[in-house]
Design a protein around this ligand. Sequence first.
Ligand SMILES: [Cu+2]
Length: 410
Amino acid sequence: MIMVGCSKADLTVRQSTLDPKGPVAQTQFDVFMATVWLVVVLFVLVGGLLVFAVIKFRSRPGDENKPAIVEEGHGNPLIEIGLITASIGALVIIAIPTLSAIWYTDEVPAEAIPTSKLSAWYPRVEGTRENYAKAVEEQVLEVDAIGKQWWFRFEYPQLGLTNDAKHSVPNEFVIPKGKAVRINLRSEDVIHSFWVPKLAGKVDLMPGRKNHLWLQADQTGHYYGQCAEFCGDSHAYMLFRVTVVEPAEFAKWVQAQKADAAPVPAANIKAEKGKALFAAKSCVMCHNVGGHFGAGAFAPDLTHVASRKTLAGAWLDNRNKDAQRALELKTGNTEASVEVDPATLKANLIKWIGSSGVAKDAAGKPTKDVKPGNRMHYYKMFNVAGLNETNQKFTDEELDCLAEYLLTLK
Ligand SMILES: [Cu+2]
């Protein structure tokens, strides 16, 4: 079992804190290693003395003739004081890097300014007139992370990518390389926790409380995150992704996120049909599709759903599994990522829409749900009398059309 822990040949280390890729994660790793080495020294010292005593003072033939009880001494004040001092010394040695790391991870390098309705939720004394003048490029990039059962919503208040503005980013957020990012954490239901092991974490997202952390990634790539606080049925399926890109590419991504969905090509009859179903089957009630439907604000924004590598809290991977694995083995790291595979994406869409809260067994419990208890087709939270769960049924053809429509949302 110990050997398994050492394995690096198999790339199953997508979420490893022992492989830091930014200054915050590096600081946390350094504290961990300092503690490990100190404890190793203590272990060897104490364990060594114990083994020495056990061997040296073991019972030997002829011991019967010795007095049974050794006369008790008073102890050795020098050893006692020495041990107490050494213990305090060891604690201080651990405390110094620990405390400085806590301050380092808590203090965002420079402050940014509230610009959106949502950021008013975080009153900031730092928003003085001097730094108001600062260009957005000079400020720390700010991302609001909102936890929901069981997915994450990300917003960029400085850049106009917010849920209020109908441009929020579900489950996968993008940041530029080498820039400090302040992440404001809050929850719209229960307690969740934000953790990207290779970059930073964990800090809880609490209802009615402002928490924050900051992170910076020094290397481009695809990073794996996870909710780290039990939050209900599908907690284990509440994941997210961070994509780190070069600054120029980041600007392009922001523009793409702000754009509305293109009209469905008239020749794509299935997608046209899917679009009509999207309205008829009440999907519009919860989901926003910029340029097509604008009512939904409760569920993941679907304007660019086909460009994302995952679905449903990053639980369903839209990439080709074999191609991804081959790339990881070739590059020797898990930060490399292949592009979305349309066939896998389509299969995932059908699996997801066709299962969520729709199929029921004789006892009325959902069956074959890819994400147990998920909040899709779950109307209880709207508090409308009699409106609890939908009785949606989908034929294979309807699912196919819905998927074809969503596939046009790049
Ligand atoms: Cu959670």
